[in-house]
Write a protein that binds this ligand. Structure first.
Ligand code: CA
Length: 229
């Protein structure tokens, strides 16, 4: 089987000099572009398994590149963004990016995000019915939830929220995505619903709800169901 091919679209040469060898070391194949135009054309000619996309490109906004790729491909796209760009990150995720990495990031964080994104893109063909991490176990077929072997009763809305997070396990889920999944279209602005139900989930499923291990907050963006130890 061919090794996954990763396309890096990033204008900072120093960052590409870190990314390319890090990925090659793990056995990925790597191709690189330094402008939006080059990135779009390489994405079209090589159809990479995953794209790492910088949002601040010299010739065009990275969001435009994302839209172009999403018009024909469902393959994972991970955004590389500067810090304090919550609004743009959320926009990118709502436009169909799979995840983001805030600069500066380390090699282990990068590789973990890539593993999760590639696993999801394979799994979407045959979804995994059981999620297990640490002591948390969620059976999506039987709709059963347990912590350390003890089953936990959730209300219908709590369960829907958990299910939405499990379906994106390891990846960030934006407020708007979770609200649309759980409360339906039109609820995207009601972030206080989420705060309330996330607190309830943490109370029922976390050993220490104020220092969550499973349900992580992504400040200004959304939540992430942790799959790392
Ligand atoms: Ca840049």
């Amino acid at each position: 089987m061919a090794l996954p091919l990763i396309l890096i679209i990033e204008d900072e040469a120093t960052l590409r000099r870190f990314l390319a060898p890090t990925l090659l070391n793990q056995g990925y194949q790597v191709i690189q572009a330094s402008t939006a135009a080059e990135g779009i054309s390489m994405a079209r000619s090589y159809n990479p398994d995953l794209v790492l996309l910088d949002l601040g490109l010299p010739d065009q906004d990275g969001l435009k590149v994302l839209e172009e790729i999403r018009s024909w491909s469902r393959r994972p796209v991970i955004i590389l963004s500067a810090r304090n760009q919550e609004r743009v990150k959320v926009q990118a995720l709502d436009l169909g990016a799979d995840d983001y990495l805030a600069k500066p990031f380390g090699a282990s964080e990068l590789l973990a995000r890539i593993r999760v994104a590639l696993r999801h893109s394979v799994q979407s063909l045959r979804p995994e019915p059981i999620f297990e991490h640490g002591g948390l176990r969620v059976d999506l077929e039987k709709r059963e939830v347990a912590v350390n072997g003890n089953s936990v009763h959730l209300t219908a809305l709590e369960y829907k929220l958990l299910e939405a997070l499990v379906q994106r396990a390891g990846k960030v889920a934006t407020h708007a995505q979770l609200l649309a999944d759980v409360w339906g279209p039109g609820a995207e602005g009601q972030t206080h619903y989420l705060r309330i139900y996330m607190a309830q989930l943490r109370n029922k499923l976390e050993a220490n709800p104020t220092r969550p291990r499973y349900f992580l907050t992504e400040a200004g963006v959304g939540y992430r169901l942790n799959v790392e130890e």
